[in-house]
Design a protein. Structure first.
Length: 320
């Protein structure tokens, strides 16, 4: 059994309390490799922001759960080397079983998500409650989810959003004992969130209804990449094909971050920034074959993207 506390990590409790009070959101950035982790930590140290490092099922398959945990432990030391020990959470993204959440808790994660959103309400409550009981024994915080995001999540594909029903949140939170709640209000995973020609709008009205039911309770938004147009253009002009990629307008995320939304999940935008930089370097230098020559610029681009998010979208800059 490894406790996150011995690794220098923190859970989300205090971070969320301050974020709700202060009207900002903590960034939750996914990582799968060293360059992504370096850029996240550099950006958050340079903007003095707390950060949630997220590990998805795909990341565990790609990079190995143990290795990712050691990388997060290294990130704590790395932030000190860069000049500031920022609060770092190691979080399981979209945990799908009690066993997986337990294994992450036992190996040093400080926060887990149990995603029962595809189950019936009663089953979701039962599973989430079981995870909370184990996690809280170890002072690990738990994120639950109510409602279903449209789009692709690992192997699960939902055609339509099932918006979170404000009438259910109070009961879910009190029955399960979760520390935060992910809600579905029109965000979705990936780079194709809205049909071209439609209004890219999330349902802030539902968010406000939910807030009224559970005042001050920490809310989480998944699927919150903005799919910056300039990145898509670079990708398309350098041999890529990403027509019709559309994300959540930054102004709407800024608005949400001012409310009880205190964790905003961003993965796809990082993928776009990396891909755009790599495509550009390789197009301009077809003879290049040293990975550092394209992963280095990709890392720089990622860092700038994360700094921009912290300062201008989430408002987490200066809150470490
Ligand atoms: O929730 C989705 C995240 O973007 C992680 O995606 O499972 O492909 O790593 P992934
Ligand atoms: P995006 O695909 O919009 O970046 O969402 C990521 C996410 O929600 C991870 O859990
Ligand atoms: Zn997600």
């Amino acid at each position: 059994m490894v406790s996150y506390k011995d690794l220098g990590l923190v859970n989300t409790k205090n971070l969320f309390k301050k974020a709700v009070k202060g009207g900002y959101a903590i960034p939750a950035y996914n990582f799968n490799n060293m360059e992504q982790l370096q850029s996240i930590i550099m950006a958050c140290v340079e903007t003095s922001s707390p950060v949630i490092l997220q590990v998805s099922a795909g990341a565990r398959k790609y990079a190995n759960q143990t290795l990712l945990r050691y990388m997060a432990e290294g990130a704590v030391q790395y932030s000190k080397d860069l000049g500031k020990k920022i609060p770092i959470v190691l979080h399981l993204d979209h945990g799908d079983s009690y066993e997986l959440c337990k294994s992450c808790i036992d190996t040093g994660f400080s926060s887990v998500m149990i995603d029962g959103s595809h189950l019936t309400y009663a089953e979701n409550v039962k599973l989430t409650k079981k995870v909370v009981a184990y996690a809280h024994k170890h002072d690990v915080t738990v994120e639950g989810e109510l409602g279903v995001l449209a789009g692709v999540e690992d192997d699960v594909h939902a055609e339509e959003h099932v918006f979170t029903q404000p009438e259910e949140v109070e009961d879910f939170v009190s029955k399960t004992g979760v520390d935060s709640l992910a809600i579905a209000i029109g965000t979705s995973h990936g780079a194709y969130k809205f049909k071209p020609g439609t209004d890219p709008k999330i349902r802030l009205d539902i968010l406000h209804e939910i807030e009224k039911k559970i005042p001050g309770f920490p809310i989480v938004l998944h699927g919150s990449s903005s799919v910056p147009h300039d990145l898509v253009e670079i990708i398309n002009s350098c041999g890529g094909k990403m027509d019709d990629a559309i994300g959540i307008p930054e102004s709407q995320l800024r608005e949400a971050a001012k409310s009880a939304v205190c964790k905003i999940n961003i993965d796809s935008d990082g993928r776009l920034a990396m891909t755009a930089a790599i495509r550009k370097v390789l197009k301009e230098n077809p003879g290049e074959f040293d990975p550092r020559k394209y992963l280095g610029p990709a890392r720089d681009a990622l860092k700038e993207l994360y700094k921009h998010k912290n300062i201008n979208v989430l408002g987490s800059a200066g809150k470490a």
